[in-house]
Ligand binder design. Sequence first.
Ligand SMILES: Cc1cc2nc3c(=O)[nH]c(=O)nc-3n(C[C@H](O)[C@H](O)[C@H](O)COP(=O)(O)O)c2cc1C
Length: 206
Amino acid sequence: LLELLMSRRSIRHFANEQIDRKTLGKIVASARYAPTMNRRIRAIIVDDPEILGEFDRYERSFYGMWYRLFFKNRAIRAFERIFNDDIDVIKRKMEHSLGGVDFLYGAPALIILVGDTRTILTAESAQYHLASMVLYAHSLGLGACLMDSAKIALRTSRALRRRLGIRKGMRVYGAIVVGHPEERVLNLIEGMSLDYCWNSCAEENP
Ligand SMILES: Cc1cc2nc3c(=O)[nH]c(=O)nc-3n(C[C@H](O)[C@H](O)[C@H](O)COP(=O)(O)O)c2cc1C
């Protein structure tokens, strides 16, 4: 399992090749073993290139607007660093996509998790479902990437929600793209170090 965890990376270049529906169904089914507080979380699997194209078009105009607002406005630029140390990373990611790369990285499938807003801990549960799917896809030799950008697109675009039949009272909790990877992970990175302490962290934060 550790080897699987170590070799997984977010994949952002996909081959122009479909994934068969049976495999996509199996990836979604892998989430049934995830820890969850909401057993009614549903997945919408989008493999229609037309709809995937609509995501790209919407995200291009949506994130283009935010890019211009944040990064072309001198007054706002002065405050950016107060809000987020990672602002340069976000800026580079936006420029990468706005420069012409498909917002879904050319993936043949997008899996979106939706749930009803009344069940507690749905947002937290959905993250475990997504993690299971990403890892299972990787175990099949496929590539995946979490896509908060697609989640935000769905939360802000009524047209996209309507297109996918997402009714009022249903909330989008996350999304991943899946496809045949066109990039290879050559190095097993050490990963992010998760600091820990024994019994109390009080001394670290006097
Ligand atoms: C909640 C969440 C949302 C993410 N959303 C995006 C996204 O919208 N676009 C993207 O390219 N990567 C997204 N990622 C992937 C992270 O950028 C990636 O996991 C991180 O850079 C670490 O790289 P790795 O997955 O290759 O280890 C997201 C990751 C998480 C946990």
